[in-house]
Design a protein around this ligand. Structure first.
Ligand code: AMP
Ligand code: GLY
Length: 429
């Protein structure tokens, strides 16, 4: 008899997690709430409001769920893991106190300052006048961030002081609601970005894989920021030496600092890094797998994800290891026209079966819903076309072959996902 698991969330990340958990010999029944049109292939989707902790607890008690895996940041910051644990239900992910690493940018910056963790110089502000004065003192380029969760939209990289002032006025004007009642103004860092993931049980840290996201909506990294338009893993900029420095200078001091402060972090810690001329600098922490990075990671993970989640909760990561496919993985996000702005829901997506037949390709759903035999778009980011290949170029070719088999005129994707890694591959040929 295997373990019965409930996954919380409805994105491409949760589809990839369900897909990987479904392959575990330790699994009994798999449920997901609310799920999406693709997750229903792997798990029984349950229609619940994930903000309704009491309903989730009732469901878990009724079905005797052995483990809850929380995918997105909002329920973690809202204390879903605390509430589940208080009800005697095992849950994977940080509690609310540890989730402040993503829930408050100011909290994380102060932690970095106390523990000498490399990150941009900053100020925290609760009124516009003081924030404006800081910008005037430091000059541009400079970065303005809403303190709280803003679905990836709370950051302005201001190339001029006027842009920075406008961003400050926007935040204090209520654009991000309570998340913008405090603002962090931060030094602009130059370099190449990378996403770095570890599992941590509060004491030990097990590095997972590296990845690179593509945040801007347009080719050549132009246009507004999104949740992420594509990713690949591994990220070549994260050499073994850079990973070792990141562990020593950023990850381990964070884990030790959180434990010393009485809020040990257990779960997936995701460091958004800027690899600068002087080494890795922390841009931000996320307290969960990245989306779409998770999709690229899960197809490369050879070991059992469930065993890794259990080892994390049991506090035995010092005696645990994971195996990864040495191939590269690349995910192209298909989004509905208009994303990251307003989108139309309901258009039919054809060609999914054919697209899934391309060698090395797995298709993860995000904003989709099943409507009889038809899959319909139901959100901004809709599909994550994921491919393995010997090189990033090969993975990219396979992913776009699959994209070209889709019949979905109302959708679009970036055509240059992986360009930095491919330029490196070409240079070393
Ligand atoms: P965040 O939501 O904090 O990851 O920020 C979104 C994006 O803004 C990052 O992925 C970076 O591209 C950019 N960004 C954030 N902080 C900085 C910084 N201090 N210097 C340069 N770019 C930044
Ligand atoms: N892809 C970046 C994130 O999940 O925040």
């Amino acid at each position: 008899m295997g373990m019965d698991v409930l996954v919380i969330g409805s994105g491409g990340r949760e589809h990839a997690l369900c897909w990987k958990l479904a392959a575990s010999p330790l699994l009994g029944n798999l449920y997901c709430t609310p799920g999406n049109g693709g997750i229903s292939e792997e798990a029984q989707c349950i229609d619940m409001d994930i903000a309704d902790h009491a309903a989730i607890i009732d469901f878990c008690q009724d079905r005797k769920i052995d483990l809850v895996v929380v995918g997105p940041e909002a329920p973690l910051v809202a204390g879903l893991v605390d509430d589940l644990q208080a009800a005697g239900i095992r849950a994977f992910g940080p509690d609310a106190a540890a989730a402040r690493l993503e829930g408050s940018k100011g909290f994380t910056k102060d932690l970095c300052a106390r523990h000498n963790i490399p990150t941009g110089a900053y100020g925290r502000f609760t009124d516009a006048a003081a924030a404006r004065a800081y910008v005037a003192e430091k000059g541009a380029p400079i970065v303005v961030k809403a303190d709280g969760l803003a679905a990836g939209k709370g950051v302005t990289v201001a190339m001029t002081e006027a842009q920075a002032i406008a961003a400050i006025d926007d935040a204090f004007g209520g654009r991000f609601g309570a998340a913008g009642a405090e603002v962090v103004v931060e030094e602009f860092l130059e370099g190449e970005e990378a996403s770095f993931f570890v599992l941590t049980d509060g004491v030990n840290a097990l590095p997972l894989a590296t990845a690179q996201d593509h945040k801007a909506v347009g080719e050549g990294d132009t246009g507004p920021n999104t949740g992420g338009m594509g990713a690949y893993s591994p990220a070549p900029v994260m050499t073994d030496a850079m990973i070792a420095r990141t562990m020593d200078e950023i990850i381990r001091p964070t884990i030790a600092g959180m434990a010393a402060d009485g809020c040990p972090f257990r779960g997936v810690l995701f460091a958004g890094l800027m690899i600068t001329e002087t080494g890795p600098q922390l841009i931000e922490y996320n307290i969960r797998f990245g989306d779409p990075e998770c999709q690229a990671l899960m197809v490369r993970l050879k070991s059992d994800l469930m065993a890794a989640l259990i080892a994390t909760m049991d506090g035995v990561l010092d005696r645990f290891d994971l195996r990864w496919d040495s191939d590269a993985a690349l995910t192209v996000v298909m989004a509905a026209d208009g994303y990251p702005g307003a989108v139309q829901k309901g258009s039919a997506i054809g060609g999914l079966f054919d697209a899934g037949l391309v060698d090395g390709v797995t298709i993860f759903h995000a904003g989709t819903r099943e409507d009889g035999m038809t899959v319909r778009a139901n959100g901004g980011r809709v599909l994550g076309i994921t491919a393995l290949g010997k090189t990033v170029r090969e993975a990219q070719g396979r992913a776009y072959d699959a994209v070209d088999r889709l019949e979905w005129p109302e959708g679009f994707c970036r055509r240059d996902i992986g360009w930095r890694a491919i330029a490196r591959e070409d240079a070393s040929d």
